[in-house]
Design a protein around this ligand. Structure first.
Ligand SMILES: Cc1cc2nc3c(=O)[nH]c(=O)nc-3n(C[C@H](O)[C@H](O)[C@H](O)COP(=O)(O)OP(=O)(O)OC[C@H]3O[C@@H](n4cnc5c(N)ncnc54)[C@H](O)[C@@H]3O)c2cc1C
Length: 398
């Protein structure tokens, strides 16, 4: 049987495995192996909600044992160390794996953009561990300032100034969730609500630069109503312990800085000999194959997939990564049956931006929802994803 090795069980990798198994009803000719460093699938799109205590950590971890139960795939939990595309091998801490076809779905890592001190003094917001560490630090900040022997809280106190760098989806959503979290903590630790600050900094002229200015400005207004300070056209040039330096010379004093200002592909891709773009991603063709090694497919955050309709690259979101995984499973299944393989045609169902626990802006085609209705729509999209990965395949197989 030809060996199909899938690296990464995130949005893209899991979708390949589940869909191919579903389409073939468990009888694919591909000998599938999924490799991931974790023993659970991370619902990464909700990581910032863990960071702001909106949901518990368990909500974003779905064990692979559950998701792959009864499926024709081997799971190997190990760290991928190197890919050797010329030898068609992958080296891991559990040994070397051969493949006939490889799916690279290793996601992304935080891009620090060469900002001095950013890596050392900020919290990233990518993994569950980042979220848990951030949450603990925010709680401790309130606990410490309210201790009987703590120095009195000053205006703009750096101990309670939470700077978030990057007003894209992650930074903006975190700022909204933080407004609710800090309000809870202020009440719990008897700290005046006027004594903490949440500061969102964005370099572009509006937050959510992936959306139009009209939507960015709307969300900015909603965040402002919740007390979040939003600064656009604002670049961070340097970070030191407790200090964020801005391009215009101002310094914001803050003990807790989160950096959500960008992602890049994992360094392992370039280190493995793939020709990569500036952001470390592998350029694919319209069938999601590496242009250099056609037996290697690349999906999700690790891939630069040209979109011929927009002239840009397909956005790096969970929604697209999942759809790319489904497309690839269909292609492999068609190939197995000697059928024609169509190029990938990206499309979006819309976008949903949460603005705290009870508010979101959800846009899907002509439908625009805000407030609690927007948030409910966003929650439904989360629930729908979870239901699909947990239950739908089993029902289809009966
Ligand atoms: C806070 C936050 C909020 C977001 N919100 C949204 C949203 O609202 N909507 C949306 O569509 N997208 C959102 N995204 C983006 C979305 O999460 C990513 O685009 C998506 O997860 C990418 O899927 P992927 O399959 O490429 O990678 P991932 O889902 O990141 O999966 C990569 C997998 O590879 C594994 N892996 C990586 N390196 C190794 C290694 N060396 N060895 C072994 N295993 C490895 C990881 O453990 C992981 O399981 C958000 C992201 C973040 C961080």
């Amino acid at each position: 049987m030809p060996k199909l090795l899938i690296l990464g069980g995130g949005y893209g990798g899991l979708a390949v495995v589940q869909k191919l198994d579903d389409l073939s009803r468990g009888h694919t000719d591909w000998d599938m192996t999924l490799v991931d460093q974790r023993n659970f699938h991370l619902i990464q799109v909700r990581v910032h909600e863990v960071a702001a205590n909106t949901i518990p950590a368990e909500r974003v971890q779905v064990p692979f044992s559950e998701l792959l139960n009864g499926r024709k795939v081997d799971l190997v939990q190990t760290t991928i160390e190197k890919i050797d595309p010329k030898a068609r091998q992958v080296q891991t801490s559990a040994g070397t794996f051969d493949y006939d076809r490889l799916v690279v779905a290793l996601g992304s890592e935080t891009a620090y953009r060469n900002i001095p001190g950013m890596r050392e003094y900020s919290f990233p917001m990518k993994d569950l561990e980042d979220a848990i560490r951030y949450r603990r630090t925010v709680i401790n900040a309130f606990k410490e300032v309210s201790a009987p022997d703590a120095p009195p809280i000053q205006p703009k106190d750096e101990r309670l100034t939470f700077v978030i760098g990057g007003g894209g989806l992650t930074g903006t959503e975190l700022a909204g969730e933080m407004a609710d979290f800090c309000q809870d903590l202020a009440r719990r630790y008897n700290v005046p609500e006027t004594s903490y600050r949440i500061v969102l900094l964005e370099g572009a002229d509006h937050i959510l630069p992936q959306l139009s200015k009209q939507y960015g400005d709307y969300v900015r207004g909603e965040l402002r109503n919740r007390g979040v300070l939003v600064a656009t056209n604002t670049f961070i040039t340097k970070v030191e312990e407790g200090k964020v330096h801005l391009q215009d010379g101002r310094i914001i004093r803050s003990q807790i800085i989160c950096w959500a200002g960008g992602i890049q592909a994992p360094a392992i891709l370039a280190e493995s000999g793939f020709e990569v773009q500036k952001d470390g991603r592998i350029l694919t063709d319209a069938f999601l194959r590496s242009q250099q090694f056609p037996e290697v497919y690349v999906l999700g955050d690790a891939a630069s997939i040209p979109d011929s309709r927009t002239g840009k690259y397909v956005p790096w979101t969970g929604q697209y990564a999942e759809r790319e995984g489904h497309y690839l499973a269909e292609s492999l299944w068609n190939e197995e049956r000697g059928m024609r393989i169509e190029p990938y045609a990206p499309f979006s169902l819309g976008v949903a931006v949460s603005i705290g626990r009870n508010d979101a802006l959800t846009i899907s085609g002509p439908i625009k929802l805000n407030g609690i209705a927007g948030r409910l729509a966003k929650n439904i999209s989360y629930d729908n994803y979870e239901w699909n990965i947990r239950h739908k395949p089993r029902i289809l197989k009966v």
